[in-house]
Design a binder for this molecule. Sequence first.
Ligand SMILES: Nc1nc2c(ncn2[C@@H]2O[C@H](COP(=O)(O)OP(=O)(O)OP(=O)(O)O)[C@@H](O)[C@H]2O)c(=O)[nH]1
Ligand SMILES: [Mg+2]
Length: 696
Amino acid sequence: MSVETKEIRNIAVVGHNGTGKTSLVEQMLYYTGAIAKAEKVDSGKTVSDYTEEEISRKISVHTSLNSTQWMNKTINILDTPGTADFVGEAICSFRTAEAAIMTVDARDGAQIETIKLWRRLDQRKKPRAVFINKMDKERANSRDVLDNLAEEFHSNFAPVTIPMGYAEEFKGVINLIENKAYFFKENGKEEVTDVPSEYEENVNTYREELIEKAAEGSDDLIEKYFEEGTLSDDEIRRGLREGLKNDSVVPVFVGASDKGSGITSLLNFISNNFPSPEGICEYIIKEDGTEERNYPIGAKSVAEAYCFKTTIDQFSGKLSFIKVVNGFVGPDTDLYNNEEGKKGRPGKIYRALGKKLIEIDGLNAGDIGIITKFEPAKTNSTLVGDAQDKIKFMALKLPQPIYELAISASDKKSEDKMNDALHRITEEDLTFEMKFNEETKESIIGGMGELHINMILDKIREKQKIQINTKVPKIAYRETITKKSGLSEYSHKKQSGGHGQFGRVVIEISPIERGQYYSFENTVKGGAISKGYVPGIEKGIHEKMEEGFLAGYPLVDIGVNLIDGKEHPVDSSEMAFKLAAKGAMDVALAKAGCVLLEPYCKLEVFVDQEYLGAILSDLSGRRGRVLGQEDMGHLTSVKAEVPMAELRSYAIDLKSMTQGSGSFELEFDHYETLNGKLADDVIAEAKREREAQENA
Ligand SMILES: Nc1nc2c(ncn2[C@@H]2O[C@H](COP(=O)(O)OP(=O)(O)OP(=O)(O)O)[C@@H](O)[C@H]2O)c(=O)[nH]1
Ligand SMILES: [Mg+2]
């Protein structure tokens, strides 16, 4: 049934890979009665990891939506993958949920993805809690993790639950605000008791810490705490609730998610203290194109929603995950995608439990649900109930692909199948890109890492029964000139039977500003060339610019001045002038100091400090220029400019240099001149390829 805005809790469960997010969600669903039995991830039967690739690899790959009820609240839980290759899925969940739960391994504290995800949450000022998981493991130590988190992130971490024992001795958790002990029962739910006396001292110490941190939630509580040295139970709750909402306090829970420990306290806290969507501001795009976070959920009655995720389900077809920001969206609501001029009615509205869809009567402001086969929706689109409504919600900000491959199939039919399948994936997964590189004539796919790309290709190979070949993409070098050519002339003459061909062109070429590509000036005097032949000349110049001069890469940033020429009353034609212009370009280019340009990327690498030295020396070996470094707890981020040619296997190399822990972001930045032996190699390689093609 539809739920009032203030009764909704939207939560993104995020964290380093393998820290127990899916297990935690499974237990939350079990405790709240949404499912009859909690399964282990390794069994391949959890609600949330339901796709083939998730079951076979035992990791989450997609964000799943799971709705359940607890204490009269509807909790929409987005279970996200922790593996960096699928960060796009985590980002779409941040955008949508009002708060996050970060799972942290009780043995390891903040790991690389914890730190990176934390930074992403900081950028969005997203309220968050921490769940310190796997207390049942050897070496688990929640005290160390709390200290480590405080050191890494400088937030006010307020312990809400603390463990009773650890590793084999782990018995459950004590809830410091309820003052109750929750013993976990193997394959059952938690048993609540009074706090056993042996833990009293521990409880008192941690309660002091809780009160001190909860006070940070609001100015009047800080004052009261300073004056009186303590807070009442109600004030502690208020401090946590307000502090969580304004991101000044981070409540911390402990447990063992796949044993079902620590779950009740977390659920109680979510229902009582996590923010409802009511009045929380969404980001919109203003008319001038800038973004603003000033659009409170539930402030208007007209239906307004956005689509934050699309998947293609083999049975239900296209599923659009939507969040309603205002009004009500029911099966009969007219929804317009005004940007694309499309309109439709959802027909049916669903909540979800992983792959299971549960039909409901509709979604109020703040709620999240799914509509099927709804053509007007695609990821990032704004959907509104009024054709005149111009509101536009901000699109997801996703990182650029960092790993690219050139692909081809064995024959035309397979190629079509491959392209269709890949195209469908680009609709679902906005961190996956597919393009044809005009300059290198290759089909390129790009994604967030080797795993991401391999998984997509494996799936297509298997489903479509086609062979897909991959290779390292060619670098899109370019060519340009470094000086003026001086006058350069060429005559195209041919005498064959009847009409001959004649055209003479005199040009001068000169370098123009980087990024301007091409300019053309006609300074021919006294009608030496009729106007009608000039388009032919420009065509010839364009063709030459595309063909290149040194190594077959496109020429750029060249200004051409057409100075003089000659025509013949009978033998001249547009074609003759085109060929003459190409010839004149060859003459000019030979005199204009032609060089290769190579693409450079802006690179940001995130590594543990212990690998910093190795990373920096590796970057200099890759001709990189380090622009700066920034400490992020025990991680360091290194920003650098590096030639793209040196980064083609960086996704793999960085993993091996950092034992799998390092990661990076990458975007194309600019072109720079390539000289010397490296340039000679590129030119020689191009020549070899040309000859091989000619001989083939
Ligand atoms: N001993 C123990 N194992 C756990 C606990 N929680 C999860 N695990 C195990 O740790 C592994 C990873 O758990 P998942 O729930 O898949 O972790 P995740 O964070 O969802 O992983 P990704 O989604 O791939 O990032 C599985 O084998 C779980 O059974 C726990 O509290 N104790
Ligand atoms: Mg998972």
